[in-house]
Structure formats: C-alpha cells, structure tokens
Design a protein around this ligand. Structure first.
Ligand SMILES: Cc1cc2nc3c(=O)[nH]c(=O)nc-3n(C[C@H](O)[C@H](O)[C@H](O)COP(=O)(O)OP(=O)(O)OC[C@H]3O[C@@H](n4cnc5c(N)ncnc54)[C@H](O)[C@@H]3O)c2cc1C
Length: 464
C-alpha cells in the first residue's frame, strides 16, 4: 500500500517521504499471501471493496505492462464438494452478476474434472471465473517502489515511526529524527492501528489470525492450470491451490487465531493443509513440497465491538489518512487504493499541481534465462556477468544479483524477492554464499553483516 500510495503521489508536484521500519519493502503482510488478483464475486455490492476491485481487475494487465510485472491470466474455479458448497457457489455467482463481474459461469463437477483432471472426482460444481490472475506479490511491491523512487519519492528504511503529533501539520518522529509533514498516509499494515492512535482518537483495534502455506516445486507445474478455491462443506477455511508465475504451485492458506502479530508456521496448520489436499486432490505428493511459510492477517474491529469490519477501512482526520486492516483483496486493489488515498491527500492540500515529469513506466531486471539465444549471446558478450549462473535451480545470473543490489536489495531475501535466486528446490543451499559475497562486494559491508532479512537474522558469525 505504501509503495503504491507513494507512486500515485509522485504523479503530483509534492515532496514525498516514505518511512519504513524494515530493511526493505515487502517484508511484512505483502510478502506472504496467496498472490491472487481477484474479481468481485466475493465482495458486497455497493462497497468500496467492490468498486476498487472492479477497477483493479480491469486495469491489472495495463498496470503490469506499465511496471513490467509478469502475471498469469489463468482464471479460477471455486469448487464445491456437496450441497452446501453448491449453494454458496450459486450465491457467489449471483453476487458476481450484481457486481458486474464478466466471464463468470457455474460449471458441473464433470466439467471441473475435464478442465482439472487432478482434482478429486467428488467435486459437485464449480464457479469458473475468467478474469482472475496469479501474480508474485514481491514483483508488484518492488516495481511500485522502484517507480515511485524514480519519480522522486524518498524512501528511508530501518526508520520506524515512533510518534506523531499535530503541530502546524504533523511532526513525525522516526529514528530520533523529526520530520515535518503537511499530511500523513498511514499504511503501517499490522501496526496501522497503533500508528493511527498516535495522533487520532482510538476507534479501531486490530486482531490477528495466522496462515500457513506450502510451496511445491516447479516439477509439480500442471497439477492444476487454474487457481482452485475450495468451498468446504463444514465451517472452516477451504484451501486454495495456485499456479504461480514462477511455475510453482502454492497451497494454502489456513486460518488460525493468534494473540499477537508475531507469527510462525505450525504443525496444526500443516495437518489442516494435508487433510484438505487429501479431499481436493486425492492426496499430495509431499516430496514436491520445497518450502512452507507463515502469514498473518490484521482484522479490524471497532473498539469494544466483536463485529469484524469487512469493507476496506479508511479513516480520514484533517490531513491524516489511515488504511486500517487491509486484507484480501488488498493486493488486488493496492494500486487503486494508492490512487484513492493520493487523491484524498491532494484534495486536502488543495491546488496541488501535476508532476509533468511523472513517468509511469518501470523496467524490470533483465532475465537471460527468458531471452532468445541470440539476444542472450549478445548481452553476455557485452556484460559477461549475465553469463555466470549463480542460482542453478532458477538459472539466475550474477548480473541479475548485482542489478538487484543496485536497485536496493541489502539482504539475501531482498535478492531472492527481486531475482528468484534461492527459490528453487535447493532453497539457496547452492547460491546463498555467492549472493552474500555479491551483496558484500556491491555495498562494501563485511560478509558477516549480510543478513537473511532483518537485524538478528545473521548467517555468518565473525568470531566462529
Ligand atoms: C494470508 C493472506 C493471504 C492474502 N491473499 C491475498 C490475495 O490472494 N489477493 C489479494 O488481493 N490480497 C491478499 N491478501 C491481502 C494483502 O496481502 C494485503 O491486503 C496487503 O499485502 C496489505 O499490504 P499493507 O501495505 O497494508 O501491509 P504490509 O505489507 O504489512 O506493509 C506495511 C508496512 O508498514 C511498515 N510499518 C509497520 N509499522 C511501522 C512503523 N511504526 N513505522 C514505519 N513503518 C512501519 C511495515 O514494516 C510494512 O512494510 C492476503 C493477506 C493475507 C494475510
């Protein structure tokens, strides 16, 4: 949200500063989600969620062209395996029609199986949606960050906001410095309620639940060709099975209540994934699992109320705008939400001029593995570092890793999110050392200062 809000603000003549508490962009909620670009069959008619989801879904291919972000237009099927699921599917279909969703149809269990032969033969019906996409959330966030930065936004990392007071605008305290701002957009994700309450009446609290996922190797490509969303017969979270842009299959998420925003994977979550896979796929080949990860959802509630707030909650108070507990489809709507809050800010500031130099185009890092042999040979002749493969699983070259560091990666995970190095079956066992060396060479830090992610995730200890 912060990257897209900054990108939208950079289309105006404004001085924009992003204060980010982590070492990089996309290290919290946006780093761990299902990567689905939804249409609006699941959202309430007339809501802001529906309005923005419709716009976002329609504009998504164009957004990806602007930002050079790959995506799969794979479509999705919500599947039912009994009468309760069948009736939910009918309701969602009708809801989708009300919301103006195109490319939606109900299909029979046999039709589902014909399209997706690896699914259980117990599927009774499916809601097929043509305009659902799969995207890597890291690609989107990094692209928005780079584009905002290229258009003049300043990003400061390791800069946690610790206090905000109203005084001739706002005094924002971070890392023992005070920044004076005419307006503030609070996109602090899991901490958004705390940041909001720094200088506004406390109206909302966030309660958290956690999620677990499996990532299957690229050898499982084709297990499903469309995004599968299971609507279970009993009251529990059904799983999604998602073909990713990188050729993996993602399975998840679960939903587990947690008391705080700290989260990790849990055996109970994996047991749930296993039992769901047994139902939906007639079992999962566990040798295909190369990684699991955890995620956390911030659920917004009005204070002293047990009613969950389901729409996007955006609170405005005299130059201060908070996005509170933005959950699914927050990734889908990130760009539209960014534009929405940027417009509110410019209305508040009044007479803001358009930035005539704004360029909405950003180019991604060159990937030799995806080039035609002739162009690749030419590139390698001019830049030999693009001929030296660092990550064998994903065929990532030294040139790509160097470029990722030049664009802002300072950690092994930062390089992984920008290049894919370390995402294959060996999970970095082969390439991590060379990636660390390149970060050290390019940034001038010592190898023992290269972390996996945030402070405290050391990989090498100097004194061992
Ligand atoms: C399990 C799960 C699955 C999902 N699946 C999908 C999906 O398939 N499709 C979809 O459309 N949406 C999905 N979503 C929703 C989507 O991921 C979120 O809506 C979106 O990522 C939220 O982004 P954000 O910027 O609000 O939060 P974040 O990405 O967490 O960003 C908040 C940032 O604020 C920083 N911050 C926090 N406190 C401070 C502070 N005090 N000072 C400075 N910086 C601070 C954090 O470090 C962080 O970088 C899913 C969400 C979850 C949890």
């Amino acid at each position: 949200m912060g990257c897209f809000a900054a990108r939208a603000l950079s289309s105006y003549k404004l001085k924009v500063l992003v204060l980010e508490s982590r070492e990089d962009v996309c290290c919290e909620v946006s780093k761990a989600n299902t990567g689905i670009i939804y249409d609006s069959y699941n959202t309430s008619p007339g809501s802001l969620k529906t309005e923005l989801t419709n716009k976002a879904n329609e504009n998504f291919p164009e957004l990806c062209r602007e930002l050079d972000v790959p995506y799969l237009k794979c479509g999705s099927i919500m599947i039912a395996m009994g009468p309760k699921g069948d009736s939910v599917i009918k309701k969602k279909y009708e809801n989708g029609l009300k919301n103006g969703v195109k490319g939606l149809k109900i299909i029979s269990g046999e039709e589902v199986n014909a399209l997706e032969p690896n699914l259980s033969k117990n599927v009774t019906s499916g809601l097929y949606s043509e305009n659902t996409y799969s995207v890597n959330p890291w690609d989107l966030a990094v692209a928005a960050y780079e584009n905002a930065k290229a258009n003049g936004v300043t990003f400061l990392f390791n800069s946690k906001v610790t206090n905000i007071t109203r005084n001739d605008g706002f005094k924002v305290v971070s890392d023992e410095k005070v920044y004076q701002a005419r307006a503030v957009i609070n996109c602090a994700g899991l901490a958004a309620a705390d940041v909001h309450n720094m200088c506004n009446p406390a109206r909302v609290e966030l309660k958290y639940d956690a999620a677990d996922y499996y990532v299957l190797d690229t050898t499982s490509k084709g297990l499903v060709s469309r995004i599968i969303l299971h609507e279970p017969e009993v009251k529990q979270k059904g799983i999604n099975i998602v073909p990713t842009v990188d050729g993996n299959i993602l399975v998840g998420p679960t939903r587990r209540h947690v008391e705080s925003d700290f989260y990790d994977t849990e055996n109970a979550g994996f047991e749930h994934l296993d039992s769901e896979c047994d139902k939906v796929l007639d079992g999962l080949d566990k040798t295909e699992i190369i990684r699991n990860f955890g995620a956390v959802r911030p659920n917004p509630y009005y204070i002293n109320s047990d009613d969950k707030i389901n729409d996007f909650l955006i609170l405005e108070n005299d130059g201060f705008i908070s996005l509170l507990g933005v959950k699914t489809p927050g990734l889908t709507c990130a760009s539209e939400l960014g534009k929405y809050v940027a417009e509110k800010i410019t209305e508040f500031l009044e007479n803001v001029e358009i930035n005539p130099d704004f360029n909405l185009v950003r180019k991604g890092i060159i990937k030799p593995s995806e080039m035609e042999p002739e162009s690749r040979d030419k590139l390698v002749k001019e830049h030999p570092e693009y001929g030296r493969v660092i990550c064998r699983c994903r065929q990532v070259t030294e040139g790509e890793v160097i470029e990722a560091v030049r664009r802002g990666a300072t950690t092994v995970d930062g390089v992984k999110r920008r290049t894919g190095a370390g995402m294959g079956r060996c999970q970095g066992a082969y390439c991590m050392q060379r990636v660390m060396e390149i970060i050290s060479e390019q940034t001038g830090c010592s190898i023992s200062d290269v972390n996996k992610s945030c402070a405290g995730t050391d990989i090498v200890y100097e004194k061992l």
